[in-house]
Ligand binder design. Structure first.
Ligand code: ATP
Ligand code: MG
Length: 407
């Protein structure tokens, strides 16, 4: 993409109404736009990052057997009444709306109910199980506070996978397989060395759920981390009894702030039972399907990356999620030099590289400042000076040194 064609502009001003680093940087660099508190639009650069995160998640979910679907946001209250989750006293973050004829509808904050109900059309026999549908879809939650930029929104994307299994053992096996898949996702997103499996409260059907918590001062959670064992316990379940059952020693635990980038949950028959999601086993006996749910917030992941990977000059994207592979900055003015810069752009693009080509007619200083702010991992500078040596200057965003590389 030629930067002269990119309609978004960078800004030097830090937005006054944003307290979080991720929102400040992403707005200044032109990745997102704040529509209202807790609602952000994604602009070309931001959408590129979000789509890269989504595709990493897709790849890893497909490997463990996920099948992608896309459910509606509009919700029929009848299903939610059956599981006792329609009432505002029980679920405090519903957005609700009405049809012209006054019928009440909900905007989905999660999708257990509609999916369990839908699966009744497809699950009859033990032969139809197990299965693992997932989606990357919009959720609405009337969050009390939304001050963490794109890490806590009232409208946000969620990857939610749901497992439908015949037995507890079958469920447990799949549940375990999601842990390395999740860790792989966060590693590919550049959060590998800061993300830890964390024990959290489990509900009726299991002792724990597991959260994937990324260490950052901007996180809203407090966890107790055993760095050597690479596991943590959320403050909400931090008791002597739980520590003993996990064989964790208080002396080895660090109290740290973290953000929950994903979580996995055993649901048992909590939703399948009231919604009547059953199957016939080998002996033609009716059994209730066992469910699990597995969430990741791609927007929250993007916000977390921005929090973790930045410096005083701007963002520093990890390779796999960067909006572009290379930022080609041209300081060429003479027609013959510009031609060489154009040729390099074409060559890199034809090699399959995603290149943002700064072909604008602005000062070198402004170009470098924008390049640092936007944070593409590798910068190529082509100028009359580098061309004198038949070269281009190559610099990584997270390093000081650069090197001259022959064209
Ligand atoms: P939290 O404890 O942070 O409120 P949660 O436990 O309610 O989140 P889930 O309902 O399990 O979260 O959602 C799955 C994933 O969706 C979370 O792990 C997180 O990555 C993401 N997520 C949840 N709430 C939000 C939000 N308000 N904005 C952005 N992402 C979110
Ligand atoms: Mg949580």
């Amino acid at each position: 993409m030629r930067q002269s064609q990119l309609f978004t502009k960078t800004s030097k001003q830090t937005p006054k109404d944003e307290v979080s680093t991720n929102a400040q940087l992403l707005i200044k660099a032109g990745f997102i736009h704040k529509e209202l508190a807790g609602a952000y639009s994604y602009l070309p650069l931001g959408l590129r990052v979000l789509n890269k995160i989504n595709n990493i998640i897709r790849e890893e979910m497909n490997i463990i057997g996920g099948q992608e679907i896309f459910l509606t946001s509009l919700q029929n209250p009848e299903l939610w009444k059956r599981t006792d989750r329609w009432s505002d006293e029980i679920v405090d973050n519903w957005f609700k709306t009405r049809l012209k004829n006054d019928t009440e509808l909900g905007l989905a904050f999660t999708h257990e109910e509609p999916l369990a109900n839908l699966m009744k059309n497809h699950i009859n026999s033990y032969k139809d199980l197990p299965c693992y549908p997932y989606q990357i879809q919009t959720k609405f939650r009337n969050e009390l506070r939304s001050k963490s930029g794109i890490m806590r929104c009232r409208e946000f994307l969620m990857k939610d996978l749901y497992s439908f299994s015949r037995t507890q053992e079958e469920h447990d096996n799949f549940y375990e397989s999601t842990k390395p898949a999740y860790l792989k996702i966060f590693e590919r997103c550049g959060l590998g060395d800061k993300t830890f499996i964390t024990f959290a409260s489990g509900g009726v059907f299991s002792k724990y759920s597991h959260e994937f918590q990324t260490l950052t001062e901007s996180g809203e959670d407090i966890i107790y981390l055993d760095r050597e064992k690479k596991i943590a316990v959320n403050k909400e379940v931090y008791t002597d009894e739980i520590l003993a059952s996990l064989e964790l020693n208080k002396d080895n635990l660090e109290e740290v702030k973290a953000v929950e980038v994903g979580n996995i949950f055993t649901l048992g028959t909590k939703y399948s039972e009231p919604l009547g999601l059953n199957y016939n086993d080998k002996d033609s006996k009716q059994q209730t399907v066992i469910m699990g749910s597995y969430g990741i917030g791609p927007g929250r992941v993007m916000g977390t990356i921005a929090e973790v990977h930045n410096d005083e000059n701007g963002l520093i994207w990890p390779e796999e999620v960067a909006p572009f592979d290379i930022h080609l900055v041209s300081l060429c003015k003479e027609e013959s030099d510009v031609k060489k810069a154009d040729e390099l752009y074409t060559k890199l693009t034809s090699e399959g590289k995603d290149v943002l080509y700064d072909d604008r007619n602005t000062s070198a200083g402004a170009k470098f400042a924008d390049s640092d702010l936007i944070g593409i991992p590798v910068r190529y500078v082509i100028s009359p000076k580098t061309l004198e040596q038949g070269s281009v200057e190559v610099k990584k965003r997270d390093q000081e040194e650069s090197e001259l590389v022959k064209l």
